[in-house]
Design a protein around this ligand. Structure first.
Ligand SMILES: C[S@@+](CC[C@H](N)C(=O)[O-])C[C@H]1O[C@@H](n2cnc3c(N)ncnc32)[C@H](O)[C@@H]1O
Length: 216
């Protein structure tokens, strides 16, 4: 799927996205809550593919400096409308293009449910590594093409069109991480239940760390 089609798909989805997630009883905050991954006061945080800004809103306060970007203008408009994010830096941007931030700008980068839509996956990981400061951490989640019980998802094409990039394991996707960006932990876990189609989605949640240059 081209970035243009992805953008218009999510522009449409933005209109009901928060209500849809509420109906599913799930949102990105639940991933962070369940993961031993604290964001300290004062840390610089980027949410890549921030959607309507639910995760950034959860992190707002504690003098954190918050940035987010998303391909969809509709999603970014919703994020900008949140009062708690009035001081956040929110942009429309494609993760498959160079990220508009200097090297080492962030202590923490999140990318939830976004990378599975990016054609230039290597570029996105290069940029994620580049904008992380030494010792910076990232937490990303990507939805599996196979559901939690291991079945091919019947609703995949119904819901999302065909996204060929994500499979069962990191090896299947052939992710090439840039030097200095290492996986700390990767875990496959259940996400939300799609009642009408009778399956539970599965996510890969992957924690990464930016090694300081020259630390082997
Ligand atoms: C399933 S939503 C997840 C949104 C949010 N991270 C969350 O967890 O609720 C996927 C988001 O990724 C964004 N997205 C898809 N492709 C993108 C790209 N190439 N660059 C930036 N954002 C992208 C979509 O616009 C959408 O907001």
């Amino acid at each position: 799927m081209s970035a243009e089609r992805t953008r218009s798909f999510f522009d449409e989805m933005a209109k009901t996205y928060d209500d849809d997630l509420r109906a599913l009883g799930w949102n990105p905050v639940s991933v962070v809550r369940e993961w031993p991954f604290a964001v300290a006061p004062g840390e610089r945080v980027l949410d890549a593919g921030c959607g309507t800004g639910a995760l950034l809103q959860h992190l707002a306060g504690a003098a954190r400096r918050l940035s987010g970007f998303d391909l969809s203008e509709g999603m970014v408009a919703r994020a900008r409308a949140r009062r708690s994010l009035r001081d956040a830096d929110l942009r429309v941007h494609d993760a498959g293009q160079p990220w508009p931030f200097p090297d080492g700008s962030f202590d923490v980068v999140f990318a939830f449910g976004m990378l599975e839509f990016v054609e230039q996956l290597d570029r996105a990981f290069d940029e994620l590594g580049r904008v992380l400061a030494p010792h910076g951490r990232a937490l990303v989640s990507v939805e599996d093409i196979v559901d939690w019980e291991g079945e091919q998802r019947p609703g995949m094409e119904l819901r999302y069109g065909r996204f060929p990039l994500w499979r069962r394991t990191l090896e299947d996707v052939d992710v090439r991480l840039p030097p200095g960006l290492d996986i700390v932990t990767a875990r496959r876990q259940p996400a939300y239940v799609v009642l009408e189609l009778g399956f539970t989605t599965a996510y890969h949640v992957i924690e990464l760390v930016r090694r300081p240059i020259g630390s082997g």
